[in-house]
Design a protein. Structure first.
Length: 139
């Protein structure tokens, strides 16, 4: 069995962003040489997420509105976590809802997606460098 590991780095210029990272993950699959196996993609920061969905701007705007209703950023004083001097408690909660990681099958050397599926990095406390781990195992 082969194993492959790579870190992808991102720096969103805004506090929140959804970045389609499917091309970078596809590159990892090609580099790995793995034809049949599994691909794990996970956010290595507790205020970021990795998830699978459609790459459609209306959906992303809906996520933004929905997440802000679930865990509004302001007022920051509403969160105990922010008493530590941080202002990102909402980002931790948004990450919990959107998830930490995805696993995608690799079949015949390609990510085995359903229709419209893409991999996204969700940033909820941006403006600094953060990483995503891509780990592949298989033959």
């Amino acid at each position: 069995m082969k194993s492959y590991r790579k870190e992808l780095w991102f720096e969103a210029p805004t506090r929140r962003a959804f970045l389609n990272i499917t091309p970078q993950v596809r590159e990892c699959v090609a580099e790995s040489g793995i034809r049949e196996g599994l691909c794990l993609v996970n956010a290595m920061h507790i205020t970021a997420s990795v998830f699978i969905n459609d790459d459609e701007s209306g959906l992303h705007a809906d996520y933004e509105k929905w997440l802000e209703k679930l865990a509004p950023h302001a007022p920051t004083s509403q969160y105990q976590h922010n008493l530590t001097g941080e202002d990102n408690a909402d980002a931790h909660l948004k990450r919990q809802v959107m998830g930490r990681e995805v696993v995608v099958a690799i079949t015949q050397g390609k990510l085995d997606f359903g229709p419209w599926e893409q991999i996204f990095y969700g940033e909820f406390d941006g403006r600094r460098r953060k990483r995503v781990l891509v780990k592949l195992i298989g033959e």
